[in-house]
Design a protein around this ligand. Structure first.
Ligand code: SF4
Ligand code: SF4
Length: 456
């Protein structure tokens, strides 16, 4: 990493004043960010099956994704989803570099599409902002700076509330807002701590999150190779760079880069992409838009800066959906299929049944043979339910020692019972029995277990 990128030689922070050039990529990023922001702010209030779209309640260890409730018992699914996410990140980075950072990461979206826009609206373009920061404190500067920071605090407060709603649910947030503070000290303080963090991140830390703090940027250097598509400067076409000549020199022809510096001026992380791929590049594509505008003006083809792999620039490899990318996409699709299968085939209750170890069968009155069983039942729903265990064969009886009764949301219960099978039904030493788990008179699942008894 370039140690001086964010610091002056004196050691002071080098404050970034990126210009904004609205080109094709910027417009697409803006559209994507509007969709993203609508989802972000409405997400905790949208409901599927009376559950939020997304809730990550680490406090009560309850998680909701697309209306499906997950409990700590679903740790297997959580690990599978984490693995899927990790593989996606790795494969996506190998194929497309750090494009996630510039186009999807909330840090960049809020910084560039929300806070930066407010800053420009209040303080003006890059040159005006630079001038304002360097100027002495006048009434105008106090009003502008005060207005900007007030707007940042209000926005950070809104983000903090929404963020908290993703953790404790929208109803939990509404309770904190509408009930006395004394009843919700922790929630109330959390909102202000989150507000302070978001305010500091977007008003002070800014691009340092991407260039210094976030570990994903460091990962990039080990994941990308000469086939990876990244935002890159085509130096074969651009060099030797130099100011635009009225009459081109036929002996020493120049490249297409007119060394205007616009690509550096617009970069939110302050890098010069012409020095090659750097880990501070968040693939935001702003420099592509800026350079395209320059190329349009000087009547040269666009894409001097564009999406290139090293091989596209060096050996003229064509842009295509390569076999490698197809393979990565296939792996992601397969993993997504496996994850979806487990998520959507997951039942509201889970039951495991074990015959009591070490106990043999007993003969009972009326020609029955009995075995003792232990059952563990987990309620994965957000409500309590009345539970019953029934054999699918009506001639088999169950006599509870400990009945499962009613199980609360997210809780588990034990049941201990005799299973009584008519002796006439027993033809082998081990008989397969199907036990049904009923929740409020609804059949949830059927579990197989073994029954031992004397062979007729
Ligand atoms: S914007 Fe394009 S032409 Fe201008 S310095 Fe950057 S690469 Fe060269
Ligand atoms: S070099 Fe270009 S793509 Fe990379 S961060 Fe800077 S402006 Fe964005």
């Amino acid at each position: 990493m370039n140690a001086l990128l964010n610091a002056k030689e004196s050691g002071q922070r080098r404050w970034m004043y990126p210009q904004v050039k609205k080109g094709t990529y910027y417009k697409w990023r803006a559209r994507l960010s509007y969709v993203y922001l609508i989802f972000f702010f409405t997400g905790p209030f949208l409901r599927i099956n009376s559950q939020p779209l997304l809730m990550l309640n680490f406090v009560d260890r309850q998680f909701v994704l697309l209306g499906q409730v997950f409990w700590p018992q679903d740790i297997f699914l959580f690990m599978l989803a984490s693995l899927f996410f990790l593989v996606c990140v790795v494969l996506f980075t190998i194929a497309f570099g750090r494009i996630f950072c510039g186009w999807i990461c909330p840090q960049t979206i809020f910084m560039e599409m929300v806070f930066r826009k407010i800053e420009i609206w209040i303080e003006g373009d890059a040159n005006k902002r630079k001038k304002l920061d360097a100027s002495p404190w006048t009434n105008e500067k106090i009003v502008k700076k005060g207005g900007k920071h007030l707007a940042f605090i209000v926005l950070s407060f809104l983000i903090a509330n929404t963020f908290l709603a993703y953790i404790i649910g929208s109803q939990g947030l509404i309770r904190i807002i509408t009930e006395p503070v004394s009843m919700h000290w922790v929630g109330f303080l959390s909102i202000w701590v989150f507000t302070a963090v978001f305010y500091l991140v977007y008003s002070q830390v800014r691009e340092l999150v991407c260039t210094v703090i976030c570990p994903y940027g460091r990962l990039q250097s080990v994941l990308i190779d000469e086939h990876t598509l990244v935002v890159a400067y085509n130096d074969v076409r651009g060099e030797p760079r130099g100011k635009l000549e009225r009459i081109p020199d036929p002996v020493n022809p120049r490249g297409d880069c007119v060394d205007c510096g616009l690509c550096v001026a617009v970069c939110p992380t302050g890098i010069d992409i012409r020095k090659g791929t750097q880990i501070e590049c968040i693939n935001c594509t702003v420099c592509i838009d800026a350079c395209d505008q320059v190329m349009d003006k000087i009547h040269k083809p666009r894409n001097l800066i564009g999406f290139y792999s090293e091989n596209m620039i060096r050996v003229g490899e064509k842009l295509s959906f390569t076999l490698r990318m197809k393979a990565y996409t296939a792996v992601i699709v397969v993993l997504l299929g496996v994850l979806s299968y487990f998520v959507f085939s997951r039942t509201d209750m889970d039951m495991t049944v074990m015959r009591s170890a070490g106990l043999l069968y007993q003969e009972q009155k009326g020609g029955y043979i009995s075995n003792i069983y232990n059952a563990d039942i987990i309620n994965k729903t957000d409500r309590k339910h009345i539970i019953a265990i029934k054999p699918d064969d009506p001639s088999i009886k169950i006599k509870y020692i400990q009945a499962p009764g009613t199980i609360g949301s997210g809780l588990s219960a034990k049941a201990v019972f005799f299973m009584m099978v008519p002796q006439t039904n027993i033809h082998t030493a081990k008989t397969d029995i199907h036990l049904q788990l009923w929740m409020d008179n609804r059949l949830i699942e059927t579990v197989n277990t073994a029954f031992i008894g004397p062979v007729n």
